[in-house]
Design a protein around this ligand. Structure first.
Ligand SMILES: [Zn+2]
Length: 277
C-alpha cells in the first residue's frame, strides 16, 4: 500500500502566525521545523500501520521547506515548484491521501491562518455551488484519481470543515484549538507526535478496510467560481479568454475533469495576483 501525503505548514503543531510560514522571516525556521515534525509523525504512523511506501509532496509556499535528511527508507519526497497540480501533484497511483499541516478555508471564523490558495488574492472558491478551501479542491482531485482521504491534521476549525465535507470516518489529529486567526492553544510536540502517529496508523487500517471517504465528484462536470478581493485582480484574471465574469470580483469556468480544473485554478489565481497593487 502506498500513502500519499500533501504537507502544508499553517496547520502544523505550534504555528499560529504568518511570519512562521514566510521564508523571508527569521521565524520561518520554526515553521519548517514543526512541519517536518508533523510529517515525520504521519510517515511513521503510516509505516507502522502497514504501508509499504509513503510519497510526501511539500505543498507550502515555494515547496522546498522539508529537509529530506532523516526521512529514512520507503519514503519519496517531492520537493520544489512549479508543479501542475501543486499541492496534490503526484497523488495518482497511491492508495489513499493524508493532508498534514492543513488549515481552514478563507473566511472561516476562529481558524488559524485561514486562507484559500492565496490569502492576498482569493476571497473564496466554490465548486459546483459549494464553498471549498484547499482541502476541498485537493480532495476533489484525489477523488478523480479514485483516492479516498483517510487522515487530516490541523486545528479545530479545519476539523469542522473536514467533518462537514467528508464525514466522521476520517482520522483527524487536532493539534490546536484556535482563539482567532493568529492565536491558538497548541499541543506540545511531545503530545502531538504520538497523536499524529496513532491517527495516521489507524488511517491505514481505514484504507485497508475500504472505509475512508472520497470527495463526491458527481458526474465529473464542474462549475468553478473564484471570487477575488478586488476588481483589479478580476480584471487581470479576465485576460484568460475562456473565463466568464459573473460579478465585479468573480469569475467562472465550467468543464470536465478535476485535475484540469485544479490547473485552471492555479493559473487564474497566479494571473489575478498580478493585480495586487
Ligand atoms: Zn501553506
Amino acid at each position: 500500500m502506498k500513502i500519499y501525503i500533501s504537507a502544508d505548514m499553517e496547520g502544523a503543531t505550534g504555528i499560529t502566525d504568518v511570519w512562521q510560514t514566510m521564508n523571508s522571516r527569521p521565524e520561518y525556521s520554526f515553521g519548517c521545523k514543526m512541519q517536518l515534525h508533523d510529517v515525520r509523525a504521519a510517515v511513521e504512523g503510516a509505516l507502522a500501520g502497514g504501508a509499504d511506501e509513503v510519497f510526501v509532496n511539500d505543498a507550502h509556499g515555494r515547496m522546498i521547506n522539508l529537509d529530506i535528511n532523516g526521512f529514512g527508507t520507503k519514503v519519496t519526497l517531492l520537493s520544489g515548484h512549479s508543479k501542475a497540480l501543486g499541492m496534490i501533484e503526484g497523488c495518482e497511483g497511491s492508495d489513499g491521501v493524508f493532508f498534514v499541516g492543513y488549515h481552514a478555508m478563507a473566511g472561516s471564523a476562529k481558524a488559524v491562518l485561514d486562507h484559500t490558495i492565496s490569502g492576498a488574492t482569493v476571497f473564496s472558491i466554490s465548486l459546483n455551488g459549494r464553498e471549498v478551501g484547499e482541502l476541498g479542491v485537493n480532495a476533489a482531485v484525489a477523488a478523480e484519481f479514485g483516492l479516498p482521504v483517510a487522515f487530516v491534521e490541523g486545528d479545530d476549525a479545519l476539523e469542522q470543515e473536514v467533518r462537514l465535507m467528508l464525514g466522521d470516518q476520517i482520522e483527524f489529529a487536532r493539534v490546536k484549538a484556535a482563539h482567532g486567526r493568529l492565536a491558538a492553544e497548541c499541543l506540545t510536540p511531545e503530545d502531538s507526535y504520538p497523536l499524529i502517529r496513532e491517527k495516521a496508523r489507524r488511517a491505514v487500517h481505514l484504507l485497508k478496510e475500504g472505509r475512508a471517504p472520497k470527495y463526491d465528484i458527481g458526474d465529473g462536470s464542474y462549475d468553478l467560481r473564484i471570487t477575488f478581493h478586488t476588481t483589479a485582480q478580476c480584471d487581470e484574471a479576465m485576460l484568460i479568454p475562456v473565463l466568464e465574469r459573473i460579478g465585479g470580483r468573480t469569475v467562472r469556468i465550467c468543464g470536465k475533469g478535476m485535475a484540469e480544473m485544479r490547473m485552471w485554478a492555479n493559473a487564474i489565481i497566479s494571473l489575478a495576483g498580478t493585480g495586487n497593487r
